[in-house]
Design a protein around this ligand. Structure first.
Ligand code: PLP
Length: 392
């Protein structure tokens, strides 16, 4: 419950699930014993250690079940960022040199890793996307060279929700014998993921986007794919990620995966219905535009831009009404920086500043959306009234 300035009770509506999700009650319950009673180190030989090891391996199986992989193809990490780093640097450093194909709209976890490798002498092709954020398959195939060692293209975009043609890209990668990585941090738990169908060798996922705890993730590594580790030490996780395993976090992540698998169909159908209701209604607002693909998009993502509006002000005004959302526009030191994703899909910088991302979750209901749709047009009208960028 939230009280506004006048002490009036306000509804609270969280519509920023692409940023993070609450930990599910069942997930929390599963984790608790592993902080106290079951605190063992999974590498220890005694019963405390064996108990932790058993929980670790059972968790590995649950994560594997969500993406149709084998348990020994799952490497636990400290989150999506680390999974992306391990996949991309791991392949790059294994080869020592070579060419990598990625896209202009990747999450910074992948994009900045590629930029880092570029400084180290690797050659990187950053593929453009169309106005919906989609990669052109022929263009991708045309970029493949003798020395291409990796293709890394995200499954679904975190800002605009567009779903890339991963299965087709995987077929091309396979045809040319190139390792293929996808960042599935946003798609996991929202759309069906089958690593065999998708033809991927490496796939990144993160726990805190699917109602698990923060700071835990996994990298799927297809059997036989050789990676150079980025963390050296005791040789945990088949030598690919040293460090004592975060058993409580991993158990929570695994429970979140189990719940996601069980609820995927039902959750996605509900979110898709609410998403479509938002899109239909928001597009009735003057000079409001959808970003991302109209159909090939995540069931929980409704993203827009509004002419004559500054996204950060919009997010703050919605927050004052109890609604959590996000924008691709960020104020860094003195200048406003427009999202690299929105610029890549051809939106003018001044329009990109007026972006709004609403991302649904399993706990949202019809009343939440009715409240949003009651509040949003008025907030936009108010902001435009004081905006020098708005026409009249
Ligand atoms: N990749 C994508 C597409 C994401 O949206 C995020 C987080 O927002 C990450 C990677 C990073 O994941 P984590 O927060 O677990 O490091």
């Amino acid at each position: 419950m939230l009280f506004n300035y006048y002490g009036v009770i306000m509804r609270k509506v969280y519509l920023d699930h692409a940023a993070t999700t609450p930990v599910d009650a069942e997930v929390l319950e599963a984790m608790i014993p592993f902080f106290s009673k079951k605190f063992g180190n999974a590498s220890s030989l005694h019963s405390w250690g064996r108990e932790a090891k058993q929980a670790l391996e059972e968790s590995r199986q649950k994560v594997a079940d969500l993406i149709n992989s084998d348990a020994n193809e799952i490497v636990f990490t400290g989150g999506g960022t680390e999974s992306d780093n391990l996949a991309i640097k791991g392949i790059a450093f294994k080869h020592g040199k070579g060419h990598i194909i990625t896209s202009k709209i990747e999450h910074p976890a992948a994009l900045e890793t590629c930029k880092y490798l570029e400084k180290k002498g690797f050659k990187i092709s950053y593929l453009p996307v169309d106005k919906y954020g989609l990669i052109d398959i022929e263009n991708l195939e045309g970029e493949i060279r003798e020395d291409t060692i990796l293709i890394s293209i995200m499954h679904a975009n975190n800002e605009i929700g567009t779903i890339e043609p991963i299965e087709e890209i995987g077929k091309i990668a396979k045809k040319h014998g190139i390792i293929f990585h996808t960042d599935a941090v946003q798609s996991i738990g929202k759309i069906d993921i089958d690593v065999k169908k998708l033809n991927v060798d490496l796939l990144s996922i993160s726990s805190h986007k699917i109602y698990g705890p923060k700071g835990v993730g996994a990298l799927y590594v297809r059997r036989g794919t050789k990676l150079e580790p980025i963390l050296h030490g005791g040789g945990h996780e088949q030598g690919m990620r040293s460090s004592t395993e975060n058993i409580a976090g991993i158990v929570g992540f695994a429970k979140a995966c189990e719940l996601a698998k069980k609820r995927l169909k039902e959750d996605s159908a509900k979110m898709r219905r609410l998403r479509d209701k938002i899109i239909k209604s928001v597009l009735e607002i003057e000079e409001a535009y959808l970003t991302g693909h109209p159909e090939k998009r995540l069931p929980n993502n409704a993203s827009f831009y509004f002419k004559g509006i500054e996204g950060e002000s919009l997010v703050l005004m919605l927050d004052a009404k109890g609604i959590a959302a996000s924008t691709g526009s960020a104020c860094s030191s003195k200048k406003l920086q427009a999202s690299h994703v929105l610029l890549a899909i051809g939106i003018k910088p001044e329009d990109a500043h007026g972006s709004l991302r609403l991302t649904l979750g399993r706990e949202n209901d019809e009343d939440d959306i009715d409240y949003l749709l009651e509040v949003l047009p008025g907030v936009i009208h108010k902001l435009r009234e004081i905006s020098p960028m708005w026409k009249a």
